[in-house]
Design a protein around this ligand. Structure first.
Ligand code: ADP
Ligand code: ASP
Ligand code: MG
Length: 409
């Protein structure tokens, strides 16, 4: 990553799509950055595309070819950030600050060449540092990178968070600020569970589970990088001037509740296939083909009886067309493929679950009492997840939130 010694005063600040969603909001962000510079900070800014823009680009691509992934797709998706950073740099200059908008290739955010899900390999923080030393505010495009052979890549949806943490790590910063449209990380998505509570301090591990289970608030890779480089994350509001949630190493979180959040992912698709050829050979080949296409498979279950072997697995809605295409090529004609969209994954997460038995029983009792059918299940030391119908998501999330006493935490 090219880590360097921290330069006093540098703060990486990432502003999400809603935060730069209109000219008024871009002006407000610029105003806030101006105040921070007056208070002595040296900002390095990262911005996402204006809200709705990346979705619009995804739809345009799908209109031409829903199966297309690769160079042109990433080139298209990366364009949204070019607009927002240019506008934000203009708004800063209007306020008498010096600012330069920078695309990933200009910064040197180098990634591998897995299009749509590229991983950052190196950031050349030196260039940013030189700008900061000259009193210039770099305004960097989030979500994008460049391969060693100069091809533009993107980091996966929500990936601007990862750009920000990668820059903070390469600049040797202790922390990174993620400004968003909610004032903190909550015990559940406040849009789904109105009684959700703010969590002032959260461990890296819990945040990593939440992010990997689909909580939109932070991109999974950003938490992964934060852990690797020991960069604390401060999730806070763009619109209010107050502290939000600090995501920190586990030892720094005082007492951990058994369950710290109810997390959901409303973009789940389940495939059920029956019968599939006996034995692991078919499974190995199928999952290899899916991986080659860049499909991330989430939960997998397999069962066997005298009639044959059954397989079920889930993917993100984004990967559905590709997954379906691969399945139809791999599965024999007499096998039945059922595609279940309108699914959601609901999970409870908490490091305290390690030492407390009974969480699973309570989790399933809540779903049973609500008569919510469960399609797939997976667990780890610190989480339990179930795939349920999307139509049951709200009621299940609220009931689990209450059952695990998160309302009064
Ligand atoms: P940005 O564009 O700033 O990156 P995102 O939409 O990616 O914002 O992430 C913020 C959203 O994450 C919030 O508006 C909220 O609806 C959602 N969210 C999901 N789970 C949580 C949670 N546990 N705490 C806070 N927000 C959450
Ligand atoms: N603009 C990208 C997206 O919508 C990246 C981000 O918002 O973080 O996924
Ligand atoms: Mg986001």
């Amino acid at each position: 990553m090219g880590l360097m010694k921290a330069q006093e005063g540098i703060v990486v600040k990432k502003f999400g799509g809603t935060s730069v969603g209109s000219i008024e909001r871009i002006e407000a962000v610029a105003e806030r950055i101006l105040q921070d510079t007056k208070a002595g900070q040296l900002p390095v800014v990262v911005a996402s595309a204006m809200s709705g823009e990346t979705n619009r680009l995804v739809r345009l691509a799908a209109d031409i070819d829903p199966f297309y992934r690769g160079l042109a797709y990433d080139m298209l998706l990366a364009s949204g950030e070019q607009v927002s950073i240019a506008l934000l740099a203009m708004a800063l200059e209007k306020r008498g600050l010096k600012a330069i908008p920078l695309l990933a290739y200009q910064v040197g955010i180098q990634t591998d060449s897995i299009f749509s899900k590229a991983r950052i390999q190196e950031v050349k923080g030196q260039r940013l540092l030189e700008l900061v030393k000259q009193g210039i505010i770099p305004v960097v495009a989030g979500f994008q990178g460049v391969t060693i052979d100069d091809r533009i890549t993107t980091l996966g949806r929500g990936g601007s968070d990862t750009t920000a943490v990668a820059l903070a790590a390469s600049l040797g910063c202790e922390a990174c600020e993620i400004y968003t449209d909610v004032p903190a990380v909550y015990t559940a998505d406040p849009r789904l569970v109105p009684k959700a509570q703010e969590i002032p301090v959260l461990s890296f591990e819990e945040m990593m589970e939440m992010a990997s289970l689909g909580s939109k608030v932070l991109h999974f890779r950003c938490v992964e990088l934060a852990v690797k480089f020991g960069v604390k994350i401060h999730v806070r509001s763009t619109f209010e001037r107050r502290e939000g949630t600090w995501v920190v190493p586990e030892g720094e979180r005082m007492e951990a509740p058994v369950v710290s959040s109810v997390t959901h992912d409303a973009q789940t698709v389940v495939f059920k296939i029956f019968p599939v050829p006996f034995g692991p050979g078919f499974l190995a080949q199928l999952f290899e083909r899916l991986a080659e296409k860049g499909v991330v498979v989430d939960i997998i279950t397999q069962s066997q009886n005298e009639e044959g072997q059954r397989l079920a697995f889930s993917v993100n809605e984004e990967d559905r067309p590709l997954a379906e295409q691969v399945l139809r090529q791999q599965v024999e004609d007499h096998s039945q493929i059922v595609v279940m969209d309108q699914m959601a994954k609901i999970s409870t997460v908490g490091v305290g679950m390690r030492n407390h038995p009974g969480v699973a029983s309570r989790f399933f009792k809540v779903l049973h009492d609500l008569e919510v059918p469960v399609h797939l299940v997976t667990t780890s030391e610190i989480k339990i997840s179930a795939v349920i119908d999307k139509s049951n998501l709200e009621v299940a999330a609220r009931a689990l939130h209450q059952a695990f006493s998160l309302e009064e935490s």
